[in-house]
Write a protein that binds this ligand. Structure first.
Ligand SMILES: Cc1cc2nc3c(=O)[nH]c(=O)nc-3n(C[C@H](O)[C@H](O)[C@H](O)COP(=O)(O)OP(=O)(O)OC[C@H]3O[C@@H](n4cnc5c(N)ncnc54)[C@H](O)[C@@H]3O)c2cc1C
Length: 501
């Protein structure tokens, strides 16, 4: 595929150009193509393969984020009640993704669901009396929602030994632990899924994919179209590509491209790159004793995306265990990026936000410095909080993908650091960009539908609505408020995605 695509030359003009070949662009291109197959669409990817950055299997944790196990989505309020509204939103969004992927399978656009999604229980695990009580209260609240029905809770060591034998091995009988378990959880290979969508799109549709093509600059023309300066990195050749609509799906590099567009909506945004590392084992004896994704509480000062977890991964049919992420700092915005990315992103429009965010997040900086300075032996000590007798020779360090957290203007603080994702769109909806990285790939379909809602509102309302409901039958309805629909949708996606729970 690489050779054929790199020999093609882009047309001078498209209806839609998507910059970046990760899960977001592949999803948006597939949706738009399904809504209107006549649209002339081009995807430009700077590397030699789709999904080589954050969407690549080993660059992310592959958690199908459904808020079953991530404790940071549920907060204990001052009155002691647990607020689960954010968790419900995330769970709803993942159900949208599962419906879209089921549609692709139903239509036979892609095959073999277990090559990209597999059942894997999602668990939250906490240590000590106080956190065990929080988890009990959280569980009590969560099972009142349709979306978390079936979640189990236990503090009983025999039960926990059955659920998580590797973690329970060599634990003292008097240690207080509590866990919740949700069998509906999944492990997702977003890289394989992206490439499957790319494979479908490149076969006889009006969607063209260009690898080794890097967008360098974006300029708005007087006629309202976008002029994209595009570099063919293989042949060292630059050309201009024009488009009515542009989506910047360049992952960490979305920020500089958005800035180059000079749209008013991009002002004041900055980026704070956080890299990561995993400890990984392929040892069959360890893998045989751990069949879950087990998330715990973040330590004080740690950003939410650095919550430690011990996960079963299923990548290309092979099982492995992953522990982490350990946060790191690099000035690159992409794993395959440049060390100049951060310094070059600083300008007079965002310097106040950047300084404000840094000043008000000094503990985070200290946390990152401590994490970067850790040796492998020190990282193993953290792993031993989960796996008591983990041996250094069984685990290798792997570099994870790069995340760029959003920094936004803030009246009081100058700037503030955000940990979610945000869709930025200009006022007439001719350009959209996705900033931030969390909850990420799991909610890619919801995020791309937000782009479509904002940029193609008339087409969506008048021409594409029927198709949308064929692709995502529950769209516009709240599964949390409709028990029957929630069950129907989950049974349908369970069958199509061949989930085993
Ligand atoms: C450590 C880590 C763990 C994560 N864990 C999870 C998880 O468990 N579950 C989950 O759902 N999400 C997770 N995420 C988030 C998820 O990986 C991302 O949200 C998602 O992959 C982003 O997809 P994307 O298409 O926006 O970006 P990417 O996959 O990064 O794709 C962007 C593409 O744009 C290309 N590009 C960049 N600049 C240009 C340019 N100028 N011209 C052309 N192409 C360009 C890049 O080469 C890249 O291929 C994790 C992320 C990280 C880093």
């Amino acid at each position: 595929m690489t050779e054929i695509l790199s020999k093609k030359t882009p047309k001078p003009k498209y209806d839609v150009v998507l910059i970046g070949g990760g899960i977001m662009s592949a999803t948006l291109a597939t949706l738009l193509h399904e809504f209107d197959p006549q649209l002339q669409i081009a995807i430009f990817e700077r590397l030699g393969q789709l999904a080589s950055e954050s969407s690549a299997a080993w660059n992310n944790a592959g958690t199908g984020h459904s808020a079953f196990c991530e404790l940071n989505y549920t907060v204990e309020k001052e009155d002691g009640n647990i607020d689960i509204s954010k968790a419900e939103n995330i769970a709803e969004q993942f159900e949208i993704s599962k419906q879209f992927w089921s549609y692709l399978l139903e239509k036979k656009y892609i095959q073999d669901p277990n090559s990209f999604i597999n059942s894997c229980p999602h668990m939250s695990l906490v240590f000590g009396e106080k956190d065990a009580e929080f988890l009990r209260k959280r569980h009590e609240k969560m099972i009142t929602s349709n979306l978390f029905k079936g979640m189990e809770f236990s503090t009983n060591h025999d039960q926990l030994r059955e659920w998580i034998p590797l973690i329970m091995s060599k634990r003292k009988e008097n240690e207080i632990l509590a866990a919740t378990k949700m069998d509906l959880g999944t492990d997702v290979n977003f890289g394989t899924l992206t490439r499957k969508m790319g494979g479908f799109l490149s076969e006889g549709s009006n969607v063209e994919i260009f690898l080794y093509h890097e967008a360098k600059d974006l300029d708005l023309q007087t006629d309202g179209t976008w002029d994209i300066t595009m570099k063919d990195r293989l042949h060292n050749h630059t050309q201009h590509v024009y488009s009515d609509f542009v989506f910047i799906g360049a992952g960490g590099y979305a920020l500089p491209l958005l800035d180059s567009s000079d749209i008013a909506e991009s002002e004041g945004y900055g980026g704070f790159p956080v890299s990561g590392e995993w400890l990984v084992t392929h040892k069959p004896e360890l893998i045989a004793n751990h069949h879950a994704k087990v998330y715990t509480q973040a330590t004080v000062d740690a950003p939410p995306m650095s919550v430690p977890h011990l996960d079963l991964r299923i990548i290309d049919g092979e099982k492995a265990l992953l522990f982490g992420p350990f946060a790191g700092f690099s000035t690159k915005f992409l794993k395959e990026g440049s060390y100049l990315d951060l310094p070059e992103s600083i300008n007079f429009k965002n310097i106040r936000s950047l300084f404000g965010a840094w000043w008000h997040n000094l503990p985070l900086t200290q946390y990152l410095v401590r994490q970067v300075a850790m040796t492998k032996s020190q990282r193993m000590q953290h792993l031993r909080e989960f796996v008591k007798d983990a041996k250094e020779e069984d685990w290798e360090l792997k570099i994870a993908g790069q995340r760029v957290q959003i920094i936004k203007k803030d009246e009081k603080m100058g700037g503030k650091l955000e940990f979610g994702t945000e869709v930025v769109v200009n006022k007439n909806g001719t350009i959209a960009s996705l900033l931030g990285a969390s909850p990420g790939a799991s909610t890619s379909v919801f995020a791309m539908m937000q782009v479509i809602e904002k940029c193609f509102p008339h087409q969506l309302e008048n021409e594409w609505k029927e198709k949308l409901l064929e692709i995502i039958p529950s769209y516009g309805q709240k599964l949390s408020e409709n028990k029957e629909l929630a069950e129907k949708v989950r049974n349908y996606t369970k069958e199509k995605l061949e989930l085993d729970y």
